[in-house]
Ligand binder design. Structure first.
Ligand code: ADP
Ligand code: MG
Length: 351
């Protein structure tokens, strides 16, 4: 790359147009609205926010690069919704309540229609979780979206990965595998190989809508987590597949776990469009589900399930924590199942 190209790529928009663009699309009352504790939002060199003395500030960031993490040609409001949702999912996984967020936006050009749709697409979740946009940075280059979310969590009550204990039960929220199956339904690339395919040529309209929502509108489990995290001994959000993400909990907690394969929950659309082997592949190795995997002491499980019930959130006990290391998969009788070791290693390495 010659010097002229480098400087062009790295150029920031001229300050006048940048200011106007930020003002129009981001410093809007629908996005950078006031909330208690936010002393100063967009417009100065930095935002100013209070952190109550009984809280920790939870911070998490995800960088989404076009055509790697989302299709560049997709509806900008859906891209925006997904970008904020996956960040909020990390706050849910800590049991934190959303507080505010910042946005680092790299744009190939000043496309006002795109920006209007994009900023509009951030509004729904920002309002829903009272989580205003308080700042960011805007630059010129290949499209990428970096969001940092801030959340508040009671001191020493955050749901870490490291607290799982022998005898705890392993739960997941929602249904698994939908994020990976959605890639197939939307005609996008999956890392799960050529065998990973739909059993139908064309999903029916209801399934297609379901998978489009699963991909672009993952539902961060904020409300459930903020009510139930006091009962979690550990928690993670499932962004890389149950196998890889549960393994993080096991590693951090220095324990082992078993998963009853027959208890993994699937959506009706996954049952309709994908065979059992591929459903399992999607759940264990697919990722992009943004559901929670958490562990709960046996004595707390009744209370946990009643909280989920009251909120209308599906939770499923899929296994338990044991001593040792690694994950053991069990069939309906509780006998160990050897998953095809080759496929297993291949996808484990990719997760
Ligand atoms: P500076 O040069 O001091 O970094 P900028 O011109 O980048 O200031 O930004 C001016 C103001 O606009 C700051 O308050 C910054 O947080 C905000 N801002 C810039 N880009 C964005 C964006 N993409 N989203 C939200 N706020 C932004
Ligand atoms: Mg800046």
């Amino acid at each position: 790359m010659n010097q002229a190209v480098v400087s062009d790529v790295m150029r920031k928009p001229s300050s006048h147009s940048e200011f106007e663009l930020i003002h129009r699309f981001f410093a809007s009352p629908n996005l950078s609205f006031p909330r208690e504790g936010i002393e100063l939002g967009i417009g100065d060199d930095a935002a100013l926010v209070d952190v109550p003395s009984n809280k920790h500030l939870a911070m998490s960031m995800d960088v989404l690069i076009s055509d790697i993490h989302f299709p560049a040609e997709a509806d900008p409001s859906l891209i925006a919704n997904r970008a904020l949702a996956v960040n909020l999912s990390d706050l849910a996984a800590m049991g934190a309540e959303p507080y505010c967020f910042t946005l680092g936006l790299v744009l190939p050009q000043n496309d006002e229609a795109w920006l209007a749709d994009f900023s509009g697409g951030l509004e729904h979740l920002a309002k829903k979780y009272n989580c205003p946009l308080v700042g960011g940075d805007t630059s010129r280059g290949p499209l990428s979206i970096s969001i940092q979310v801030q959340g508040l969590v009671d001191r020493d009550r955050a749901a870490r990965r490291s607290g799982a204990k022998e005898g705890d039960r392993i739960y997941v929220s929602g249904t698994l595998g939908d994020g990976a199956i959605a890639l197939l339904a939307l005609g996008l690339d999956s890392h799960l190989g050529s065998e990973f395919s739909l059993t139908v040529n064309e999903p029916n309209a209801a399934c297609l809508q379901f998978f489009e929502d699963a991909y672009f509108k993952p539902q961060p489990q904020i409300e459930f987590a903020s009510n139930a995290a006091k009962l979690f001994s550990s928690c993670i959000d499932i962004s890389d597949g149950l196998q890889g993400d549960l393994q993080h909990i096991l590693d951090e907690s220095e324990v082992a776990g078993n998963i009853r394969l027959g208890d993994i929950p699937y959506s009706k659309s996954a049952m309709c469009c994908v065979n059992p082997e591929n459903r399992l592949l999607a759940a264990l190795f697919g990722g992009d589900d943004y559901e929670l995997c958490f562990t709960v002491a046996e004595k707390d499980c009744v209370e946990l399930e009643s909280i989920a019930d009251q909120l209308g959130i599906r939770v499923t006990c899929v296994g338990g924590i044991t001593a040792g290391e690694g994950i053991e998969y069990l069939d309906a009788d509780g006998s160990p199942v050897g998953l095809n070791p080759q496929a297993f290693q291949h996808f484990s390495a990719q997760a």
